[in-house]
Design a protein around this ligand. Structure first.
Ligand SMILES: [Mg+2]
Length: 388
């Protein structure tokens, strides 16, 4: 049976929310992120700033050199979380099968909802409409038979895109695209493919599997699958998940450790927030670190007690990062944080013991922050990653 998956992705989310709150910012290049003096990183560059070369995960100082007239705005996490909650409230009207990918992105499985809501493309249209009418924001939506294609589709006509890839047009859409559009292909991999004369997805698909395996090793099978538009991963709502993770691929490799720590801290906060929202605890924290080529490292730490405390997760993530950085630092193309070994509170014998007092205090702090963020959406509550 063919599935219908939607990938909903808000356009320039943080910048769009800032513009919504301060209409005088309309039409101006905006950089939302940490200050250049504080060695901060761009979280979102508005579309007006992008032609100058500004993009997310770039050091603010560099973005300002490219576009000196840009207006720099601090990240108001609470306000974005509040708008995010409203976006998720809209998408859940159409299906309970919603898998959040980040604060402004989600997969939806709308297979079999036709009788209720019409065809998948109609659901996509209605979501875009509701996001625009009710929130004053813009979403791009991709509609396709699987997650990989849906995510690819939402990006094809951004901003304000609505792109459908029906099952009988997969090759037609994929074949002319440059190979870098496939998940996991960075500049180094692109170069090694180019050496084989492969620039487009269609050429990759037609290439001899054996030759490809010789050139790329294990990555060959993965890439051929994607080149054929195959992806069988299910859409998993957080409360059914085996793991909850956040990752980001950078436009260029990042060699600055503080910058990487700042990115990982943001991801850890988001993972912890999703754990608490789904009522889950985790015992294992994993960092995924990808170098410029295909090499991807996975480093985990498992804790004695399950937790959903932001600071506890961050202590583990930071320890993994520092350990790795001390002995084998390399510039990164991708970084991510995942919580696995998930459990519900009281789900284990271990939990017969009450959590230690410190933990209880931290959990109260987290709950208080979550509550304030959800209710008032004020950016008044700030947390920092602490010393590296
Ligand atoms: Mg987005």
């Amino acid at each position: 049976m063919s599935r219908w998956i939607l990938h909903v992705d808000m356009d320039e989310f943080f910048a769009a929310v800032e513009r919504l709150d301060r209409p005088s910012l309309a039409g101006k290049p905006l950089l939302v992120g940490g200050s250049a003096e504080g060695r901060g990183v761009v979280s979102t560059a508005s579309y007006e700033a992008r032609p100058f070369g500004c993009c997310s995960a770039m050091p603010m100082a560099q973005a300002l050199r490219l576009c000196p007239q840009a207006i720099v705005l601090p990240v108001r996490g609470g306000r974005y979380a509040e708008m995010s909650r409203q976006v998720f409230e809209i998408v859940r009207r159409y299906t309970p099968l919603v898998e959040p990918l980040s604060i402004d992105e989600a997969f939806l499985d709308v297979t079999g909802t036709e009788r209720l809501h019409g065809p998948a493309v109609e659901v996509a249209r209605r979501i875009k409409q509701a996001v625009g009418d009710e929130l004053g924001l813009v979403a791009s939506v991709g509609v396709a038979p699987n997650k990989f294609l849906a995510k690819l589709a939402s990006d094809l006509e951004k901003p304000d895109g609505l792109t459908v890839i029906p099952p009988d047009r997969i090759h037609e859409v994929l074949d002319p695209l440059p190979v870098r559009k496939l998940w996991g292909i960075g500049p180094v991999a692109e170069t090694s493919l180019r050496r084989l004369g492969i620039r487009r997805v269609g050429q990759l698909r037609a290439y001899s599997q054996r030759e490809l395996r010789r050139a790329l090793g294990n990555a060959a099978g993965h890439l051929l699958k994607l080149a054929n538009g195959d992806d069988s991963r299910p859409v998993t709502p957080d409360h059914d998940a085996k793991s909850i993770g956040q990752e980001q691929t950078f436009a260029t490799d990042i060699a600055n450790r503080e910058q990487l720590l700042a990115i990982l801290y943001e991801q850890t906060q988001e993972v912890a927030r999703r754990l608490r929202r789904a009522g889950l605890l985790t015992r294992t924290v994993t960092l995924k670190l990808r170098h410029g080529d295909f090499t991807t490292l996975s480093r985990s730490r498992t804790m004695e007690r399950p937790t959903d405390v932001t600071d506890t997760l961050w202590a583990e993530a930071k320890a993994i990062f520092n350990n790795w950085a001390r002995y084998s630092f390399q510039p990164l193309r991708l970084a991510g944080v995942t919580a696995s070994n998930l459990d519900t509170p009281g789900g284990r014998q271990l939990d017969l013991f009450a959590p230690p007092i410190d933990d209880r205090r931290q959990r109260t702090i987290d709950r208080t922050v979550d509550g304030i963020v959800e209710k008032f959406g004020k950016g008044s509550i700030r947390r920092g990653p602490g010393a590296g």
